[in-house]
Design a protein around this ligand. Structure first.
Ligand code: M6R
Length: 598
């Protein structure tokens, strides 16, 4: 239970354990925080004499309730399994298993693995061989950990694209998603590679590939203590969440293309007919999610030629917006609980508009009350400042735009596939940017005493500038303001004075050259008036170098997708500047992660 408590930051909508007790598999599962499971175990204690497994869940498939909580068991209750990740081919496997007579209790993708393992164990009597056979049938990302009544001292686990680590103790060994779970017992860890299976007993650890061949493993000593462990060794959740962005974007894109090359958005629930009848789109959201909406407008209007408005949710219903059955409202919300957005959703539905939610928290109120949903799979975001969820919202918005173009026949399949292929490279590009941000940290520390920072952008770079300013306000408590660079000359340029830091987001010179050339002129205009220019531009864009006091280079990506990479230096900048001022970046003053009042 202490181990689970240390992993609770990863997911906290339900939890459960399974233990072998005199040859009987006993489970206890509770929706909600881990405290509910503790309570249940006090009322119905399990005194296991074999291996045990446990799980804290961040729901992806199926609502966060007792039944969908892990562990899941096979029909004969001989095998129990917990799972992280998403099994993309679970629907086909479930149909196959149902045809064989398996009865499913939950709505999860995980339960198919319990039945598959149960069948394999019944046939061959060996949980390790069963795990290898089952993993070969699974597509997607997963960590699986299983026990069986046939061998009470054994735990078998496997991983693909999802974390799993072994803790080596004295006469005891551990398995967990991260070392946080067992750091109080041992700091000796073994990292597992891709597509590996581990056979764990109290006195032995054996790692093989899916074919049973022994593999070399990487053993290491963990040099941080238990209190840092919950944050994966980072001082703040925000730092960890920034680093998690490549994985988060990859998970949001995972499993969106069917075998025949079609974009498929499973949870969408809106029919192709519904989508074909849309005449106008209205995006509603707050804060960072609003900025994602502003960027989505550029992509949706460009790809689909459907008029698209974007509005802060708190203003929406008070202006008597024009909505009807042909209007599609897209509500973007990380938490799915922001009251402003929820009220706007309710209003839109009353006016008969169709509402699609883009949310991160499975089973939250906004997706429940919407006609359809597309989940971002960023995982739990604990820091109040939205970081990884913003990037995943962008990915989700691009998917919605492309899906609309597909359904409405506005683009050829190969055109859509070309953009999907570009999107698929984004996790790698995000990783590259994260590898180059050290100078941004130094810059931020040098500006800790500045009073004001201005941000400029054009086209999709304008909402990125707004996001940079919001991050700085909420974390560093500084005056920060964003302008569309073309608006400068209409007033804001009067703010420029000697050494005022101005951050400028520059579009690719290979995209719309007019846009690029215009912003280069804007940089010159502010610099001529004394500003200190901090320029975020594509690598190789030499035209901006002469006018940049600081040049931050980002990888070359298509114009519409640039926000996915150009936002990252802004996040790092704001976080580091706030830390230099001694602020708590996870819980900035006056704020809450989820704003449930209007
Ligand atoms: O959960 P939501 O996406 O609905 O939250 C919206 C805003 O409250 C949120 O994005 C807020 O602006 C962030 N703290 C910004 O980092």
């Amino acid at each position: 239970m202490d181990g689970l408590a240390r992993l609770e930051y990863r997911g906290y909508d339900s939890a459960g354990v399974a233990m072998l007790d005199e040859g009987v598999l006993r489970t206890e599962k509770s929706a909600g925080k881990l405290a509910n499971l503790r309570q249940a175990l006090e009322e119905r204690p399990i005194s296991g004499d074999g291996a045990g497994i446990g799980h804290t869940r961040w729901a992806t498939h199926g609502a966060p309730n007792d039944v969908n909580a892990h562990p899941h068991v096979d029909g004969n209750r001989r095998v129990a399994v917990v799972h992280n990740g998403i099994i993309e081919n679970f629907a086909a496997l479930r149909l196959e298993l149902e045809d064989q007579g398996c009865k499913f209790l939950s709505e999860t993708d995980t339960e198919v693995t319990a039945h598959l393992l149960g069948i394999e164990v019944a046939e061959h009597g060996d949980l390790v061989a069963a795990m290898r056979a089952v993993c070969k049938r699974l597509e997607g990302a997963f960590t699986l950990v299983a026990t069986s009544v046939d061998d009470p001292g054994l735990v078998v686990a496997a991983r693909r694209n999802s974390p799993l680590v072994v803790g080596r103790g004295q006469g005891e060994n551990f398995l967990a998603s991260d070392v946080a779970a067992f750091i109080a017992h041992t700091r000796e860890a073994v990292e597992l590679g891709q597509d590996q299976v581990v056979e764990l007993r109290a006195d032995s650890v054996s790692v093989t590939d899916y074919d049973g061949n022994p593999v070399e493993v990487n053993e290491y000593h963990v040099d941080w203590d238990a209190s840092a462990a919950e944050k994966g060794g980072y001082e703040y959740f925000m730092l960890k969440e920034i680093i998690e962005q490549p994985r988060a974007v990859a998970d949001t894109l995972l499993g969106r293309v069917s075998a025949d090359g079609q974009l498929t958005l499973d949870e969408m629930r809106l029919s192709p007919e519904d989508l074909r009848s849309v005449e106008k789109i209205v995006i509603i959201a707050c804060g960072t999610s609003y900025h994602a909406g502003l960027i989505a407008k550029y992509a949706i209007e460009h790809w689909c030629r459907i008029p698209c408005e974007v509005e802060v949710a708190s203003e929406f219903r008070y202006r008597d917006p024009i909505l009807n059955q042909q209007t599609m409202v897209i509500a973007i919300s990380q938490s799915g609980e922001s009251m402003d957005t929820l009220m706007a959703v309710r209003y839109a539905r009353e006016q008969r508009a169709k509402v699609l939610a883009i949310c991160n928290v499975n089973g939250s109120t906004i997706p429940r009350e919407s006609d359809g949903v597309l989940y971002t799979h960023a995982g739990p975001e604990v820091g109040v400042a939205a970081t990884k969820t913003f990037l995943t919202q962008l990915a989700a918005c691009y998917l919605v735009g492309l899906y609309l173009a597909q359904v409405r026949g506005l683009k050829f399949g190969d055109e859509i596939n070309a953009v999907i292929a570009q999107l698929a490279t984004m996790p790698e590009q995000v990783e590259r940017v994260l590898g180059t941000v050290e100078p941004v940290r130094e810059l931020a520390r040098s500006l800790a005493d500045a009073d004001t920072v201005l941000f400029l952008g054009r086209h999709v770079g304008y909402p990125v500038a707004m996001e940079g300013a919001l991050k700085l306000k909420e974390l560093a408590y500084m005056h920060a303001e964003a302008f569309a660079a073309g608006e400068l000359k209409h007033g804001p340029i009067a703010l420029i004075e000697d050494q005022l830091p101005v951050v400028v987001v520059v579009p690719s010179p290979k995209g719309r050259s007019v846009l690029h050339d215009k912003i280069v002129s804007n940089i010159q205009e502010v610099r001529a008036r004394g500003a200190r220019t901090i320029v975020i531009a594509e690598e190789g864009d030499e035209s901006v170098r002469p006018y940049s006091d600081v040049l931050i280079e980002i990888p070359a990506v298509p114009t519409l997708l640039q926000p996915i990479v150009s936002t990252i230096p802004m996040q790092v900048f704001a976080c580091e500047l706030a830390l230099a001022k001694g602020n708590d970046v996870d819980q900035p003053r006056n704020l809450a992660k989820s704003v449930t009042v209007e």
